[in-house]
Design a protein. Structure first.
Lengths: 217, 465
C-alpha cells in the first residue's frame, strides 16, 4: 500500500477528521471497524432528527461489527457536539462519528480537537459538502465509483485537506477475504491544486470528471 | 359471612378444603376434606381458591404493624404472630389493657384475633389455639393443665395416640413419670412439654428490618458552593454504597434532594447506565447536576436516595482495580444526562428476512450487545423510507431520476424476492411482494431498488455507498 496512504489512513488518533460525499458512510464504517478492532472499544455514532437515512447494521456488518456500535440521537447539533466532546474527552470509545448538518464554527472545531487530544480518541464528522471546519485534521471526499468488473465496493477517496502532509486521491475497494481496505491505484491529479481553499466545493471541482458529476439542481 | 364458606387448595391431584368458616364447620366439614365430599355434605357451600402466598404476604404486613405494641415480633407460620411483650406491657397500662387494645385495633381492621398470653411461647400458643386466655405470671402449669394434648404443638398422629391412651389433657401428661412418657412418645413430646412449661427456653426471631437506601444530612449552617454540596454528597454516598454492597445490590437511579432554607427543594436525579455502587465513580457523575441546581439562600439539608435497585454481585476487577467497561458505563451515564438514556441505542439482531425488521434498536443501558449477526446477501449501509421513481416493467429501468439526479444503470444484480410477513400487518408492505435489485449507476451511486410485481411500481429503499 502506498506510503502516503498509510500515513493518513488509518486516521490519526486523537484528532478530529472530516468526511463528505456520497460514500462517507462507508468511510466512517471502515474507519470505525478498524478503530474498534484495534482498541477493543465501541464506536459511538451520533446523529439527530435531521438525518432521515438510518444506518442498517446488516449493511455495516461487512465493514465493522454492529455489536461494537453505539448510536445516539441528539435533539440538535449543539447538544450533539456537546456529547461528542464528552465522548472524545472520556477516552472510553474508539471512534466518535458525528453526522452534522450545519457548519462548525472554528471555536467548536477547536474545542473538539482539544477534547480528542485529551482523551486520545479519534473523531470523525460527516459533514454536508462545503461545510467543513478549518480545525479538521484531514478532510476526505468519498464517492462510490463504477467498477469494470462486478465489484460493488470501488470508491474514490480524495484527501482534500491535510494539516500534516500533501493531498492526494486513491481508488480503493473492500477486500472481503482479508477483511480490510485494498488500494487499487493512486488516482492521478486527484487532489485539488495546492492552495485550494478548504471549502469542499472547490476541491470537488478539481476532481477528475469521471463519476464525480455534481448533481443537477 | 353467614353461609358455609371455604377456601380450597389443590394438593397433589385433589382439591381439598384449606380453611372454612364457622357455618361450614357446623355443617360437618373439616380441614383437609376433599372438595367434592364437602360439596356432597353441604350443597350450599361457597368456595374460593386459597392463596397461601398472599396470606404469607399479609402475615408479614401484620407482623410489621404489630411492632406498634412491642419491638420483638416473630412469625408463627402459617397463621400466627408471636410477640415478646416482656417490658412493654406497662406502656399500655398492663397486660389486660394491651390485649384489649389489640382486640379493638384488629376489630377495626376487620380481623378477629385469638389472643393468648403466658410466660412461655408454648403456653401462649396453647392458650391462643384452644379458646383464649391469659396465664398469670407463674401460673403457667395451672393454666395449661385442662387444655387438650394437641395444644402442645404435637404432630396430629402423636396427639391422637395420646388421646387413645386416655391422656386427654396436658395435666394428665404432667402427672406421668417422664421416663415412661419419653419411652412411649419419643423426645418430641418431652421437648414440647418442656417448652410449654418453661423448662426449655425457646427464642423468638423477629423479622429483619427491610434495608433502607435513603440517607439525609442536615447541616447547622446553610451552604451554597457546589464544592460543599459535593462534599456532603460524598459523605452520604459512601454510607449508601456500603449498604448497597452489604445487600449485593446496585443502584440504577439515584436522587439527591437539596432542601433550601426557604423550604424549596431542588432534585438532582442520576440515571446510571448500569447498576453501580462504587462511590468514587458515582460522585463525579453528580457534578453536572449539582452545578446546575439553584442554591437560593443556601442549602441546609441533603437527602440521597437510591430509587431503582438491581442485583449486582461482586465483579472481577482488572489490573489496578479498574472494572472493565467502567469508563464506557460512566460515559453513557454522562451522555444520558444530556440527551436522555433512552436516546443512546444499540442494534440487536432480530429474526426476520424483512430488511427493516432484521434488527432491533434498543437502549444501550438496558441491553447487552447482541452477537450472531449474519447477512446472507449484501445489504445497503443506509436504509430509508421507500422513495418512488418513475419506471415500468419488471426489469430495472435504464435511466431514472432519483432525488432530482439523473441516473443511468450500468449494472443490475437481482432480483431477490422478499415476501411480506403476512402474520404481521404492515402498511409499508401493502403492495405485496418485492423484487430487490442492486443497481450500480454510471454516476457511481450504488442503490437498492425494488419492484412490486403485484401492484407495479419502482422504489429506492437504500444505498450501498
Amino acid at each position: 500500500m502506498s506510503e502516503l496512504f498509510s500515513s493518513v489512513f488509518p486516521l490519526k488518533r486523537g484528532r478530529v477528521h472530516e468526511a463528505h460525499g456520497p460514500g462517507a458512510t462507508s468511510f466512517a464504517a471502515i474507519a470505525g471497524g478498524m478503530a474498534a478492532r484495534d482498541r477493543r472499544a465501541p464506536v459511538l455514532w451520533l446523529s439527530g432528527p435531521w438525518n432521515t437515512e438510518g444506518l442498517n447494521p446488516l449493511g455495516l456488518l461487512r465493514y465493522c461489527d454492529p455489536a461494537a456500535l453505539l448510536m445516539a440521537r441528539a435533539p440538535d447539533q449543539a447538544e450533539m457536539l456537546g456529547v461528542m466532546e464528552e465522548a472524545l474527552r472520556s477516552g472510553a470509545v474508539a471512534l466518535v462519528v458525528a453526522e452534522t448538518h450545519r457548519p462548525l464554527s472554528l471555536t467548536a472545531g477547536r474545542r473538539l480537537q482539544l477534547a480528542a487530544e485529551a482523551g486520545r480518541v479519534t473523531g470523525l464528522c460527516l459533514v454536508p459538502e462545503g461545510m467543513g471546519s478549518n480545525a479538521a485534521q484531514t478532510r476526505w471526499h468519498c464517492a462510490p465509483r463504477l467498477a469494470d468488473t462486478a465489484d460493488s465496493t470501488l470508491w474514490r477517496w480524495s484527501l482534500n485537506k491535510n494539516k500534516m502532509g500533501t493531498m492526494a486521491a486513491w481508488d480503493l475497494r473492500w477486500d472481503d477475504t482479508s477483511h480490510r481496505i485494498a488500494l487499487v491505484s493512486e488516482a492521478r491529479g486527484g487532489a485539488g491544486p495546492a492552495g485550494t481553499p478548504a471549502a469542499g466545493g472547490g476541491a470537488l471541482r478539481a476532481e477528475p470528471a469521471a463519476g464525480q458529476r455534481a448533481p443537477a439542481p | 359471612m353467614e353461609a358455609p364458606f371455604a377456601l380450597s387448595l389443590r394438593q397433589g391431584n385433589a382439591l381439598r378444603l384449606h380453611d372454612l368458616n364457622a357455618a361450614a364447620e357446623r355443617a360437618g366439614l373439616h380441614r383437609g376434606m376433599s372438595h367434592a365430599d364437602a360439596r356432597a355434605f353441604c350443597p350450599a357451600l361457597i368456595s374460593r381458591p386459597a392463596d397461601p402466598a398472599g396470606d404469607a404476604r399479609f402475615l408479614h404486613a401484620l407482623a410489621r404493624w404489630a411492632t406498634r405494641w412491642c419491638p420483638w415480633v416473630g412469625l408463627e407460620a402459617p397463621d400466627g404472630l408471636v410477640l415478646d411483650v416482656t417490658g412493654a406491657t406497662h406502656l399500655w397500662g398492663g397486660e389486660g389493657e394491651m390485649l384489649a387494645d389489640m382486640r379493638q385495633r384488629f376489630a377495626r381492621a376487620g380481623l378477629t384475633p385469638r389472643l393468648g398470653l403466658a410466660d412461655t411461647r408454648g403456653a401462649a400458643w396453647a392458650l391462643a389455639h384452644t379458646g383464649e386466655g391469659v396465664a398469670a405470671p407463674g401460673e403457667t402449669a395451672a393454666a395449661l393443665a385442662p387444655l387438650p394434648v394437641a395444644a402442645l404443638r404435637l404432630p396430629p398422629e402423636m396427639a391422637i395416640t395420646a388421646e387413645r391412651l386416655g391422656l386427654r389433657t396436658i395435666g394428665d401428661l404432667a402427672t406421668l413419670p417422664r421416663a415412661a412418657l419419653a419411652r412411649r412418645f419419643g423426645p418430641e413430646m418431652m421437648r414440647r412439654l418442656d417448652q410449654a412449661s418453661g423448662a426449655l427456653t425457646e427464642e423468638i426471631s423477629p423479622l429483619p428490618e427491610a434495608p433502607r437506601f435513603a440517607l439525609r444530612l442536615t447541616l447547622p449552617e446553610p451552604i451554597g458552593l457546589a464544592e460543599d454540596v459535593m462534599a456532603g454528597a460524598e459523605r452520604l454516598l459512601g454510607v449508601l454504597c456500603e449498604r448497597l454492597g452489604a445487600q449485593d445490590k446496585g443502584a440504577r437511579v439515584l436522587r439527591l434532594t437539596l432542601r433550601r432554607v426557604d423550604q424549596a427543594a431542588s432534585q438532582v436525579e442520576l440515571r446510571l447506565a448500569a447498576p453501580m455502587r462504587d462511590a468514587r465513580r458515582i460522585l463525579p457523575l453528580f457534578r453536572r447536576g449539582v452545578e446546575e441546581a439553584d442554591a437560593g439562600f443556601g442549602i441546609d439539608q441533603l437527602r440521597l436516595e437510591a430509587l431503582d435497585l438491581a442485583p449486582l454481585g461482586a465483579r472481577q476487577t482488572g489490573p489496578g482495580g479498574a472494572l472493565p467497561q467502567a469508563d464506557l458505563e460512566d460515559l453513557i451515564t454522562r451522555i444520558g444526562h444530556r440527551i436522555g438514556l433512552e436516546n443512546i441505542l444499540r442494534a440487536l439482531p432480530a429474526d426476520s428476512h424483512i430488511p427493516e425488521r432484521a434488527f432491533q434498536i434498543a437502549p444501550a443501558a438496558f441491553s447487552t450487545p447482541g452477537h450472531g449477526w449474519t447477512a446472507p446477501r449484501p445489504r445497503p449501509i443506509r436504509l430509508f423510507a421507500p422513495e418512488p421513481i418513475e419506471a415500468a416493467g419488471p426489469t430495472p429501468p435504464r435511466r431514472f431520476r432519483w432525488r432530482r439526479m439523473q441516473m443511468t444503470t450500468a449494472r443490475a444484480t437481482g432480483p431477490e424476492r422478499i415476501a411480506p410477513e403476512w402474520w404481521l400487518p404492515d402498511d409499508h408492505w401493502a403492495r405485496g411482494l418485492r423484487d430487490y435489485w442492486r443497481i450500480e449507476t454510471r454516476e457511481g451511486r450504488r442503490l437498492w431498488l425494488y419492484h412490486t410485481p403485484q401492484s407495479p411500481g419502482w422504489f429506492v429503499q437504500g444505498e450501498f455507498a
